[in-house]
Design a protein around this ligand. Structure first.
Ligand SMILES: [Mg+2]
Length: 264
């Protein structure tokens, strides 16, 4: 099924695949080195809009992994690219944190709360009733409703926090409109990722730890999928889910072994 000679890139999720919280997972470094050595392009794709590629780049470098800053794509950066492709310049009301606002400003859009073209909703740990009201009125007045990502929860080391998707649901209820979703499993971020790599959907593997996000994303992209069981989804979830990955691995060590055999 897998013809590795045709695979020219990997879209890789971060948390639960490369590290868990602040702990690097076994064989992550060797796996990344292996892909680089075999000229397989890498793009780390994350739905978290509260961090910039630079933050992830530094985190991985600090963990001893050899990467470059342009190997990262966040849902915030993808939202900026989406806006730029829609309109060269515009105004957006942003429910989100600094990194998301920076991503919008970076593409020469203005962050504003009047006469906006778009309302963008990402994770905002200072979400308020006033922000909800503002966003829903702007959407009712015709602004395009854009969600960075649909994740309802955001698992942390010892707890589960509400994710951007929970805020998106609130805005959706108040405005009675459904958003355009940019992050995984939406193909929007996938198309942006492919254009960044200069590859097509049948030349990549999508690797992740979450069936309802990463593997569903791969299905929508019609790309090969690898599930690793070092993060959120368990064997039990896999049994119950209708979404089936092409390959399942206990961890990255198994992925590496599998790829090494394929290349021989
Ligand atoms: Mg993950």
């Amino acid at each position: 099924m897998l013809d590795l000679s045709k695979i020219k890139g990997f879209l890789i999720d971060l948390d639960g695949c490369i590290y868990r919280g602040n702990n690097l997972l076994p064989s992550a470094k060797e796996f990344i080195d292996f892909l680089h050595r075999n000229s397989i392009k890498i793009l780390f794709v994350t739905n978290n809009s509260t961090q910039l590629p630079l933050n992830y780049y530094q985190k991985l470098r600090d963990m001893g992994i050899n990467v470059s800053e342009d190997e990262f794509l966040t849902s915030g950066i993808a939202t900026g690219i989406y806006l730029k492709r829609w309109k060269d310049k515009g105004k957006a009301y942003v429910i989100g944190e600094e990194a998301l606002k920076e991503a919008i400003i970076k593409v020469n859009w203005e962050v504003s709360d009047e006469d906006v073209d778009a309302v963008i909703v990402g994770l905002d740990r200072n979400f308020t009733f006033d922000k909800l009201k503002k966003a829903s009125l702007l959407i009712r007045n015709g602004a395009r409703f854009i969600a960075t990502n649909p994740d309802k929860t955001f698992p942390q080391e010892n707890t589960i926090e509400p994710g951007a998707g929970s805020l998106v649901s609130a805005v959706s209820s108040a405005s009675q409109k459904r958003p355009i979703v940019i992050g995984k499993p939406s193909p929007y971020i996938g198309k942006i990722a492919l254009s960044k790599l200069g590859l097509s959907n049948n030349e990549i593997v999508i690797l992740g730890d979450r069936i309802d996000t990463d593997i569903l994303f791969a299905k929508r992209m019609k790309s090969l999928s690898f599930l690793v069981l070092t993060g959120i989804s368990s064997k039990d979830d896999l049994r119950k889910s209708k979404i089936k990955p092409d390959y399942v691995f206990k961890n990255l060590s198994e992925v590496l072994e599998f790829l090494q055999k394929k290349l021989k």
